[in-house]
Design a protein around this ligand. Structure first.
Ligand SMILES: Cc1cc2nc3c(=O)[nH]c(=O)nc-3n(C[C@H](O)[C@H](O)[C@H](O)COP(=O)(O)O)c2cc1C
Length: 244
């Protein structure tokens, strides 16, 4: 069944891409997509159609840019939230309209509605915390059911992601956080997003004094500090600016 749908998708994408190259048809198509009274299901097919068409003809992705960015994060002791806010600032400076959401409120968001999705987590025993894992598992299932996860996964022009991880690295430094970053990364790559960056931000281990003073990274109390956050903001600005 999955194979058949993929074959149908393949030809629909090609046909769509040929049709959408005609400006008049594109205007009609975009109007239909934006029309308030278009039923949700049809809207879903139309937006999926644009993604498939862009795979066949990448310049089309420019016509379907939304200018919107989404920041999703989970934070128990506040470090990841600080970084998420710095990312939001960087996105704004880079010309995006950013929306920021805690992971528990982000399930209703369709990630494909954004040009750039930034996703941040702490590293807990080297992996994302349960809340983040649950989000990825539920969202992955939703997109697989919708046939958005392809065999193999295509890169969809115009769909981008940035992942960020806060960590304390008390035993072996950043290597403790890499599995978290890679886990977030593979989630987006399955969906066809191009991952524009993986940021790893040294952060205080709240509640474990030795972990923040005597670990592999030395004294990391108060981090992420102003300089760390400024650096995140600048990196995000550069990524956002390059996508405009
Ligand atoms: C139970 C627990 C386990 C942790 N495990 C790791 C770990 O394996 N590696 C690491 O670098 N940091 C680890 N940390 C530190 C957190 O990743 C780090 O402090 C993070 O910035 C917390 O983010 P938050 O303030 O947004 O919740 C752990 C923290 C806790 C509370």
């Amino acid at each position: 069944m999955l194979i058949n749908i993929n074959i149908i998708d393949k030809y629909l994408g090609l046909i769509n891409s040929l049709l959408l190259r005609a400006l008049l048809f594109r205007i009609f198509y975009v109007s239909l997509m934006d029309w308030r009274l278009t039923p949700k299901r049809i809207k879903g097919h139309l937006t999926r159609g644009t993604r498939m068409a862009a795979i066949f003809h990448p310049p089309l992705s420019k016509s379907f840019k939304t200018g919107k960015a989404l920041v999703i994060y989970h934070s128990t002791t506040g470090n990841t939230k600080k970084v998420a806010l710095a990312i939001q600032r960087g996105l704004r400076e880079g010309g995006f309209e950013p929306i920021i959401k805690e992971v528990s409120e982000a399930l209703i968001e369709d990630l494909y509605n954004y040009d750039l999705v930034c996703f941040g987590s702490s590293a807990i025993h080297s992996l994302p915390p349960t809340q983040v894992m649950e989000y990825i598992s539920k969202k992955g299932l939703e997109y697989r059911k919708r046939y958005d996860v392809k065999l193999p996964a295509n890169k969809i022009p115009g769909k981008n992601a940035l992942v960020f991880v806060t960590f304390s690295g008390p035993h072996i430094g950043v290597n403790e956080a890499l599995p978290t970053g890679k886990y977030l990364r593979q989630f987006f790559e399955h969906l066809g997003f191009a991952v524009k960056g993986e940021l790893y931000i040294i952060s205080e281990f709240h509640g474990w004094k030795e972990g923040s003073t005597k670990g592999y990274l030395g004294d990391i109390k108060g981090r992420p500090n102003i300089e760390d956050l400024k650096s995140v903001e600048e990196k995000t600005y550069k990524i956002a600016n390059a996508l405009k």
